[in-house]
Design a binder for this molecule. Structure first.
Ligand code: BTN
Length: 269
């Protein structure tokens, strides 16, 4: 494990992360930044310079955190756990479904902490009792061979007062999960350990190994939803789940539609 801590005000304890990871600590190269633009952006630069799989950037505060569909992602110390993990895959691995497998890993880690009410919303949200607890933003390293993915994860630890009302109304936080939370370093280690296992199997078998686990946690199974895209009319249908490639299956008036683009947003009708 790399103990690089470029700014002295960072207070996530990297030694504690190493201890909590145990033997797995040799598989990760963790940097903790007290502040940066975006942990995904920082890790992307490291990836382009040849950083190995298992490189992690943890940001206690992001000034330009990136979310899906060009949104920004709010994160501040104590209120969120914000990190990015680099993973490399051989060229034949089909990366559709990666964000779903990552969701399964996060869900399993949280469930193992004793948290009930975790569900997954296609393509990459983790919900707690219906509210958005965590988001995942996967960015592929341009031109990387073998392919490389920067897997960005933001988890709400609590909902700070300054959080805009429109975000707060659909959000959830671990502070309200009904358990005594472990220290952030332990929480991070639990998440990384689960991601390590899931990503290894994803690299070998693709999403199909995690298909059933995703379906079991599908937040909108059998429910009528609307799919919103930027330049198309909303599509309404009953959510059948995902197929073995991670595409969303929607039963609409004109038959079953297979949705592969993640650049959409899903709402309950
Ligand atoms: C979403 O829009 O739901 C995805 C949000 C992903 C946010 C995380 S926070 C860590 C990583 N760094 C970023 O800039 N974004 C991701």
């Amino acid at each position: 494990m790399n103990f690089a801590q470029p700014t002295s005000s960072a207070h996530l304890d990297v030694a504690a992360i190493a201890t909590a990871l145990g033997e797995l600590s040799t598989r990760f190269d963790v940097r903790v930044l007290a502040e940066c633009d975006s942990s995904n952006a920082r890790l992307m630069a490291l990836a382009e310079a040849g950083a190995p799989a298992g490189s992690v950037v943890v940001a206690e505060r992001q000034l330009a955190g990136r979310g899906r569909r060009g949104n920004s992602w709010f994160s501040s110390p104590d209120a969120s756990l914000t990190f990015s993990l680099l993973w490399r895959f051989s060229p034949q691995v089909q990366l559709t479904g990666l964000s779903l497998a990552v969701g399964v890993a996060l869900a399993r880690a949280l469930e193992r902490l004793g948290i009930a009410g975790i569900a997954l919303k296609w393509p990459n949200d983790v919900l707690l009792q219906g509210g958005k607890l965590a988001g995942v933003l996967i960015e592929l390293v341009p031109g990387a061979r073998p392919s490389a993915a920067v897997i960005g994860v933001g988890i709400n630890l609590l909902l700070p007062p300054e959080l805009p009302a429109e975000i707060r109304q659909n959000a959830a936080a671990l502070a309200n999960a009904g358990i005594t939370l472990p220290a952030p370093a332990t929480l991070l280690a639990r998440l990384l350990a689960e991601l390590h296992g899931v990503l290894h199997s994803f690299a070998a078998e693709g999403f199909s190994a995690w298909h059933a686990a995703w379906q079991e946690r599908h937040a909108y199974a059998g429910q009528v939803v609307r799919l919103l895209a930027d330049h198309a009319a909303p599509l309404e249908g009953r959510c059948l789940g995902v197929d073995g490639d991670g595409a969303l299956l929607l039963e609409t008036a004109s038959g079953i539609q297979r949705i592969i683009s993640g650049e959409v947003s899903l709402r309950k009708s």
